[in-house]
Design a protein around this ligand. Sequence first.
Ligand SMILES: [Zn+2]
Length: 318
Amino acid sequence: MYAVADAHVDALWRMVTAGGDLEPALASSPERLRQGGVALQVFALYASAGLPPHAQWDQVLEELDYYYAAFVAQAGVTPVVSAADLSAGAKTGLRGVLALEGAGCLAGQTWRLRTLHRLGVRGLGLTWNWANDLADGCLEARGAGLTSRGREVIREARRLGMWVDLAHLSEAGIRDVFRMLDGPVMASHANARSVHPHPRNLTDDVLREVFARGGFVGVTFEASFVTAERSPGPAALFRHIDHMLSLGGEDNVGFGSDFDGLSRPLPGLATAADYAAFARQIAARYGHALAEKLLIGNLMRFLRSALPSADLRDSSSP
Ligand SMILES: [Zn+2]
């Protein structure tokens, strides 16, 4: 079986909204992740964007509790908080990394970001699809970029050693992030807009810039981000991968499935267990060496460069 690393699932949000204790029904349950050959999973902390900030904060903390209770303690997922955690120990086993998807829960307060960092959160996405106090999301009609609070939160995230995620952010917000930061950034779950014109997908200019910086883009399985076809086959997804490769993404492209957050999954890609067959299709199309990069190598390389080399606990002092 091929080993896989995936940059985005919503299992923790699914558990919270379903009242918890529904782990076997999850598309990205630990069992299904293992069946699919997933060796590393980035777990999103998504708070329902319509809730007020204090309710979002509660939801994120509840998701953190599910992560540590159900995934880490019960299912044996190994938490990753530093690059050292990616090289230490055996190559087998399922590892987890936490990333915030939409930072409205912070209410613009960097102490909340430091608190999440102390609890193991290493990725920061500023928005979901709409505006919050930090930036506009990609569906916000006015299309504004970062606010001054948004810049402050990004500066604190970088000081702590967290990576910035461009998924869901407005184009102006993405350009602001590029101007603020020199280093690699991630777009955890997004496809190519020139292949399928959806506002959640990334323009060629943005894709080229992410690749040139040594960043990472996770191709995602939400059918409405992939194609207008009614029952698409794997070829529809391959078109996005091929296009990103043609823009220079050989060392930067991987997958961010969005399992447990999909409203319309692609046929044959409904749960993490489907990665087992999908990985064989990727290998048949792209050959072993490139398939290994797409399936696991590129995300692992990004995380090794984006995560702090060791877990420096005193780095989160204000
Ligand atoms: Zn999302």
